[in-house]
Design a protein around this ligand. Structure first.
Ligand SMILES: [Zn+2]
Length: 138
């Protein structure tokens, strides 16, 4: 299997193809979602301008914007993963260069870090989140 050799025997071509298909399907799904969000995003001008309604719409808009941002973020991750598949670095940890376990990739297909590096990152992020929460305490 020349392809397996090219990848250093780390991941089988069939696995990569499976991931690629998964990402392409996910990307289609997200593009569809963002279109739906966009279509529902506009407040029709003929609707009455009741202040309460307006406030509700503002909240709805910000929720939709958040939803869309999340979709866009996921889309970026998917595009990144597809690029990594094409480059043959898909199962390579971005931080330490170790091979990311297939099981881990199956659970979190867009991950770019091995478990050890991810745990380290989560510890660092956990501190940040706590810090932000701390600021909000009155
Ligand atoms: Zn790592």
């Amino acid at each position: 299997m020349p392809f397996a050799n090219f990848l250093g025997g780390k991941m089988r071509k069939t696995d990569l193809t499976k991931f690629k298909k998964l990402f392409i399907a996910q990307r289609e799904h997200i593009l569809f979602n963002t279109r739906v969000i966009d279509e529902n995003f506009y407040v029709r001008p003929d609707e009455d301008k009741d202040e309460v309604d307006q406030a509700t719409k503002d909240i709805e808009q910000s929720v939709r914007l958040q939803l869309k941002n999340r979709e866009v973020m996921t889309l970026k991750k998917i595009n990144e993963a597809l690029r990594r598949i094409d480059e043959g670095t898909y199962d390579e940890c971005e931080s330490c260069g170790a091979t990311i376990e297939l099981k881990r990739l199956q659970a979190r297909p867009t991950t770019t870090l091995c478990l050890g590096c991810k745990e380290e990152q989560e510890r660092a992020e956990g501190t940040t989140v706590l810090g932000r929460r701390g600021e909000r305490v009155h």
